[in-house]
Design a protein around this ligand. Structure first.
Ligand code: CUA
Length: 321
């Protein structure tokens, strides 16, 4: 569940550019480290205490214009080089013009989950972002443009293999773009402390082939099948009779809450509770029974449901696919 993405294997243009300057910075700092350490080791050995020391202080030297100029000018030059290279990369990433037909996504950070909108497609989901694969060749690239917003406090969107960290700030839109080169699942997380469950604010970017992405889109837009079994039907009744509807949205129903994740296609997702557990019957049932067991302090309270109500609501939720 909790995979740490390897930031030394960038698989998207912005991540690649950041990786390149990180390597350059690391190299420069590495060279400085080796020189300083070598000098230190030399001095420690060369001037160590010996049995025949006469106990006098060595000659005291006050000031040397040449040495002082050298250790002032060289670090300034190194810092200027790093500033210039970094600003150029930041500029290149931020000023990149998105093609007209780029996929647009809006991600809203919440304590402690991610709301994901596809405004052009009419899709809302949570914690898992599907995007089509792009290409290393800039001519064939299909970048995805992401607008970042926050519903409460500052969060930070970070999928190390795809792009650098960008904060989600209340009342301010930040923007990033990604163009993943390979199909697969990319792990990310919130990178700005945002409260008790900050560590369980996980994120997945699922990169599909264009065909599979289209299939995912079609499925997300299709209505989920109607509840069939008596348990599912009872679960649906209970879902709408309880306060589930005031926080959650199930499209095409009266359930239009916006405080919690959209549940219209809940069962198409891989995880529950923003990555706190894999999504399956047992974890879903445990969540409905008492979300606080899985995710302490999350904003969904223990609804004090009876075991048979938990079974019915779980059965209803499992039809949402
Ligand atoms: Cu959201 Cu940390």
């Amino acid at each position: 569940m909790r995979r740490v993405a390897d930031m030394f294997k960038p698989l998207s243009r912005p991540a690649e550019m950041i990786h390149d300057i990180s390597v350059l910075t690391l190299l420069i700092c590495g060279v400085i480290f080796v020189i300083v350490t070598a000098l230190l080791v030399y001095v420690v050995i060369r001037f160590r205490q010996r049995p025949d020391d006469d106990g006098h202080e060595p000659p005291q030297i006050y000031g040397s214009t040449h040495i002082e100029l050298a250790w002032t000018i060289i670090p300034i030059l190194i810092t200027v080089v790093l500033i210039l290279v970094t600003s150029r990369t930041i500029g290149e990433i931020q000023n990149r013009q998105m093609p007209e037909d780029a996929l647009k996504i809006r991600v809203v950070g919440h304590q402690w989950w991610w709301e994901v909108h596809y405004p052009g497609l009419g899709i809302i989901t949570a914690n898992e972002i599907h995007v089509p694969v792009s290409d290393r060749d800039p001519e064939k690239a299909r970048p995805t443009h992401i607008v970042l917003q926050s519903a409460d406090v500052i969060h930070s969107f970070w999928v190390p293999q795809l792009a650098g960290k960008t904060d989600l700030v209340p009342n301010k839109d930040n923007e990033i773009w990604i163009d993943p080169y390979e199909v697969g699942v990319y792990f990310g997380n919130c990178a700005e402390y945002c409260g008790t469950q900050h560590a369980n604010m996980l994120l997945r970017v699922i990169v599909d082939t264009p065909e599979n992405f289209q299939k995912w889109v079609d499925n997300q837009k299709a209505a989920p099948p109607r509840p069939q079994t008596p348990l599912e039907i009872e679960g649906e009744r209970l879902f709408f009779a309880n306060s589930c509807v005031s926080c959650h949205k199930v499209d095409r129903t009266v359930s239009q809450g916006v405080f919690g994740p959209d549940l219209t296609k809940l069962m198409t997702r891989q995880t529950i509770g923003a990555g706190v557990a894999p999504l399956n019957h047992d974890t879903l049932r445990a969540w409905v029974k008492n979300p606080q067991d899985l995710k302490v302090d999350c904003y969904m309270p223990d609804m004090q449901l009876l075991p048979k109500e938990v079974d019915a609501i779980t059965a209803f939720l499992e039809t949402l696919k």
